[in-house]
Design a protein around this ligand. Structure first.
Ligand code: ADP
Length: 349
């Protein structure tokens, strides 16, 4: 009795899950009934018997379809639950019935995409935490230094004419570093949140570079370095955002000055078909191959102490890279330890 009841319940469950086919089967039943009664000129009793036969046949077919559908649905539910609970390590573990091979493919690609998204989110989270750690560390250094000088002055050094001016100058130097760091952090956050508006137009590159080099010449001269701007073809126009490119060039030339002890810093423009390559090269310390891959990362410095001593933040080249990429171009570097470095990028003519 219990078994019969169970089978009946199962039968109705299957019927319920295949109810999407009921309309189609009713149509088929009526169709078969009408056709056979017309063509075979059946009597009323024969039609009624055929009708009942067809209805029973329909019920059993729908029931077996429902059974199949239930199994497929339960397989899909199991897979979705397993994905939700992170039980699969690779898409190969996802298996469905042969007939559902297309759906299996879709689920596999969805699984892969979700895995990638999760990996990217984890990476972003790691980068964010690392960035926050770096920012706090970079802020702490100048703030501690300023605090130290001010406390020493307040504790009596202010009356000591041999050191007071020097301490104030050092505190001032660290305040300037702090200011540079904050400005570069603002730039980085504007770039990364997509708020950096660019305004592209053609401009005279010779005039433009002349002005930048003239502004930076005194800094080079302070270190007894030559800053040479090589002659550029008259009237050569390049396409870009003048304000942002100035930031790039000042950064590159200042780096060359900062990391060169003797020799020269050269700026030149080479014409290559439809492009102009702007080159900044120096006879400085140079960068090793292993460091070359990383100098465009935020806060990466080959020599932390040397960079800090010359007011570096480790953010300059990260900003440079972003700006050049926003021009649809990319930064190129060649360098040899002890001989110097060459930074360059292309701009459209
Ligand atoms: P920083 O503020 O420290 O100069 P950057 O992002 O501008 O930071 O540069 C990253 C690092 O790359 C620098 O700390 C320095 O070690 C190295 N670097 C950049 N430009 C040069 C160069 N012209 N010559 C040698 N090393 C350089």
């Amino acid at each position: 009795m219990v078994i019969a009841l169970k089978s009946l319940t199962k039968f109705f469950v299957n019927l319920k899950s295949s109810k999407i086919f009921v309309r189609e089967f009713l149509f088929l039943t009526i169709g078969i009934l009408l056709t056979t009664s017309i063509f075979l000129s059946l009597s009323f009793t024969e039609i009624i018997s055929l009708f009942f036969l067809l209805i029973i046949f329909t019920f059993f077919t729908i029931n077996s379809l429902g059974k199949k559908r239930n199994k497929e649905l339960s397989d899909i539910k199991t897979i979705i639950n397993a994905i939700r609970k992170n039980k699969f390590k690779s898409p190969e573990e996802i298996k469905l019935d042969k007939q559902l091979v297309e759906l299996e493919g879709e689920i596999k690609s969805m699984f892969l995409r979700t895995q990638n998204d999760i990996a990217n989110l984890k990476k972003l989270e790691r980068v964010r935490t690392e960035f926050l750690g770096n920012v706090s560390h970079e802020l702490r250094t100048p703030i501690f230094a300023i605090q130290g000088y001010l406390e020493t002055l307040l504790n009596g050094a202010i009356e000591d004419n041999k050191v007071n001016r020097n301490f104030l100058e050092k505190a001032n130097h660290h305040t300037n570093n702090l200011n540079t760091l904050l400005n570069e952090l603002i730039d980085i956050s504007m770039i990364e949140s997509g708020q950096m508006n660019m305004s592209f137009r053609y401009f005279d590159i010779a005039e433009y570079l002349e002005q930048i080099c003239n502004d930076l010449k005194p800094i080079a001269e302070e270190k007894n370095l030559e800053l040479i701007l090589h002659p550029i073809k008259d009237g050569l126009q390049l396409f870009g955002d003048k304000v942002r490119l100035k930031q790039v060039l000042v950064n590159l030339i200042q780096n060359s000055i900062k990391y060169t002890e003797n020799g020269k810093v050269e700026v030149l423009v080479e014409e290559i078909k439809k492009f102009g390559r702007i080159i900044v090269k120096d006879t400085g310390f140079g960068i090793s191959d292993s460091d070359l891959d990383r100098i465009f990362e935020r806060f990466y410095r080959v020599d932390k102490d040397r960079s800090r001593a010359v007011g570096g933040t480790g953010l300059g080249l990260a900003i440079v890279k972003h700006i050049i990429e926003a021009h649809g171009s990319r930064m190129e570097v060649k360098s040899k330890v002890g001989s110097g470095s060459e930074f360059s990028f292309l701009l459209k003519k």
